[in-house]
Design a protein around this ligand. Structure first.
Ligand code: 5AD
Length: 362
């Protein structure tokens, strides 16, 4: 398949893998240009901001690639304070943010689940309808998802990490179950969340066909939002120790090509230019926007804690505060030819379309 040809909705694994394999600069640029075209048609040249809070790095999981895995005893564990998060939310509203993301390692104990519920309700109370709340808090039972939804969270991000069962198995301990994750995504959707998922790109042993299947997985599960980025090295992880440092130029290029293919194939989803791109290249998010992304998630976590939320090494922004990061980001977005959707929640057009369709056929 060539970038610029028309009907991508029925693209095959082979065709998508062919797009991911493009290696001539002119062809790659044409792919990005086509992705920008599709973005313009579906959501305009607007980039939405989500203020990101890395609420806690406490995690019960032990994923072989992740720096905050439970077995990494070098990590100093923290949890942000309720009052501090609320103050930062007020600041974010004043700055014109229309939504925030609460992200953390995975905890399933009752005290924590109750704390999150109160936090969501607290943010809802101070912000009214202004700040839409996205949660990215891992696998939970459906009752918990429902309680958080009822407290006022409307969107949920849960990456599938890879749609290949074998690869998933090789990257996780035996008790981390692919089917549990799939089921969580199903339940989130049933409850009514706007649902996002995603994968890591350029994993050891991952073929272009696997990535093509990831994109088809997003399409087939009818995802509203996609958050994906290159796999990166962390020395204190089993995968870091075993496979070493991946080639960063390849990781970046593959990450950008995946974004472009996702935009072309999935069209009206919200697509994030993630921090992992920025970890490879200082203007990585700008490149992501130029490859079709329409969402960025500036980190609003207090600088003091940022160094402890290291999923991978060389995570950017640990030395800059929210004000500095925001100024830098504004420049990046301007350079990419897009405008910031200030004070707008920026729901995925895909979500609106699928929920309207459900209402019409009910
Ligand atoms: N490289 C890139 N992304 C990572 N994540 C975790 N560890 C790494 C890594 N080494 C991603 C996972 C997770 C998200 C919060 O961070 O995809 O879902």
């Amino acid at each position: 398949m060539r970038a610029g040809s028309t009907n991508y909705s029925m693209a095959s694994v082979k065709e998508i893998a062919g797009m991911l394999a493009l290696d001539q600069p002119g062809d790659i640029e044409a792919l990005y240009a086509e992705a920008r075209n599709v973005r313009r048609q579906t959501s305009g040249d607007i980039v939405y901001l989500r203020g990101l809070f890395e609420v806690s790095n406490q995690c019960r999981k032990d994923c072989f690639y992740c720096g905050i895995r439970a077995s990494n005893t070098d990590v100093e564990r923290y949890q942000l304070r309720y009052g501090d998060i609320l103050s930062s939310c007020k600041w974010a509203m004043q700055k014109g943010f229309g939504s925030i993301v609460l992200q953390a390692g995975e905890r399933q104990d009752k005290a924590y689940k109750g704390w999150i519920e109160r936090l969501v309700a607290g943010i809802r109370e101070i912000s009214g309808d202004v700040l839409k709340i996205t949660l990215s808090l891992g696998e939970q039972d459906s009752e918990t998802y429902k309680r958080w939804y009822d407290a006022g969270a409307e969107r949920y991000l849960l990456r599938i990490e890879t749609s290949s069962r074998e690869l998933y198995k090789s990257m996780h301990p035996a008790d981390h179950d692919f089917d549990v994750r799939l089921n969580c995504l199903r339940e989130l959707k049933e409850i009514g969340y706007q649902v996002g998922t995603g994968v890591m790109i350029g994993l050891p042993g991952q073929e272009l066909e696997d990535l093509a299947r990831d994109l088809l997985f997003f399409r087939d599960m009818d995802a509203d939002m996609i958050g994906m980025g290159p796999y990166l090295y962390h020395s204190k992880t089993p995968m870091g120790a075993k496979f070493g440092v991946p080639d960063s130029s390849r990781q970046l290029e593959l990450g950008l090509k995946m974004l472009a293919c996702a935009r072309i194939l999935l069209r009206d989803v919200n697509l994030a230019a993630t921090t992992a791109l920025e970890a490879i290249r200082v203007n990585g998010r700008e490149l992501g926007i130029s490859a079709g992304a329409n969402v960025v998630m500036p980190n609003l976590t207090e600088t003091l804690y940022r160094g402890n939320y290291c999923l991978y090494q060389d995570k950017p922004g640990t030395d800059k505060d929210a004000v500095q990061s925001l100024e830098f980001l504004k420049e990046e977005i301007k350079r990419s030819g897009c405008e910031i959707g200030w004070n707008r929640a920026g729901d995925a057009p895909h979500f609106k379309a699928r929920t309207c369709l459900a209402e019409a056929t009910a």
